[in-house]
Design a protein around this ligand. Sequence first.
Ligand SMILES: NC(=O)C[C@H](N)C(=O)O
Length: 376
Amino acid sequence: MSTDTKEVVCDDCHTVFHIRTARSYSGSSLGGSVSTLKTPRIKVIGTGGTIASKGESGSQTAGYHVDLTIEDLLSSIPDLSNVCELEYEQILNVDSKEFGEKELLMLHEAVSRSIRDDSFDGVVITHGTDTMEETAFLLQLTVNTSKPIVMAGSMRPSTAISADGPMNLYQAICVACNKESWNRGVLIALNDQIGSGFYITKSNANSLDTFKSVIQGYLGNIVNNEIHYFFPASKPTGIQYFELAPFPKVIVLYAHQGFDPQIVRLCASQLNVRGVVFATMGAGSLSKETNIELYKAWKEFGTPIVFSKRSMDGMVPIANLPRELEIEGKTVQFDGCMASGYLNPQKSRILLQLCLGASMKDRQIADIFKTLSFGG
Ligand SMILES: NC(=O)C[C@H](N)C(=O)O
C-alpha cells in the first residue's frame, strides 16, 4: 500500500489536518457480493469513535479512549485489497459525543466532495455509535445522491477480545462496493445488519446488537461475505433535501411526571432557543400546564414545538397535538405545535433545525414533518 500525506488547514477553525491517502490495487471481487465489473473505488472517511479506540487490556470495554487513525484501522483488515480500491481521509478523530455544528459541516463537506468525485463508487464513514444516527439522518437530508453512503462503527474498542470494529468496517466497505446498495440512502452497517440511517436508532448502550428500527426493520443482512437485501432499492418515503445553513439552536426536553413547565419559558427567553423538541410521554402526552407554557412560549417568542416521544417505537399522531387549549376560560388555537410522527427526538431536532435554517414558518414546518416522518 503506498501512502501520501498532506496537510490541510480548515478555513473555519484553522485546525491543521493530516490527510493521508492510500490506494491498494486488487484483482478479484468479493465472494459474489460485488456485482460491478470494474473494481469498485471507495472513499473511507475517519472521524473516530470506539472503533478507533484503545483500552488498557483485552477485557476493558468501558473507559477507553480514541487512539487509532483511519490508516491504522484499515491496515487491521487483511482482506481489503481483494475488495476494492480505496482512498482514505482522516477529518476528525473524536468520540461522537463531541460532534456539533463544526464537526458536522466538516464531515458534510468531505462527504459531498467525495460523492461529487466520479471516480468513487461509494463512501464509508467511521463514526462513534452514540450519535451515529444523528449524523446519518443529517446526511440523508442534505446529500442528494444515488451512491451508497455507509456508516460504520463498533461497540468494543480495538483492544478488546473479540473487537467488532474490523469486521464492521470490512462489511461496511463491502456494502459500499455492492451495486445493490445504490439508491437506498444513508446506510448503517453494524453487527452483520444493514439499516436505514433515516430510521435506525441505537437501542442498547453496551451490546453489539444495538442498532434497531423495530417497526421499519432492517434493509439487509451480511453473511459470509454475501450481502442480502430484503427489498428492492428505495429511499425513505417522502424524502426531500435541504441546503445546509447555520444550525439554529434547537433543544430536546425530556418529559416526566412532575416536569416543571417553567423550563420552557426559561429556554425561550434566556437561552435564545429557536425551537423545542419534546420527548413526550406516550404518543404526545404532556401535562395541561406544560402545554399552556408551550403555547405561551410560541406566542411570545415564536418557538415551534415538535412533539416526539420517549418510547423507542411507535409514533406521535397529529390527532394527539394540543391544537386547541383552554386558557383562563378562553379557547386558543396552538398552531405552533407539530407531530414528529415516527422520528425520535434527536432526529426530530435535526429536521427542525433544517426547517428553521431554511426560514420556514410553522405551517411549512408542520407540512415537512407530515411528509417526511409519517411513512407516507
Ligand atoms: N460505541 C461507540 O462508538 C461509543 C463512543 N462513545 C462514541 O460514540 O464515540
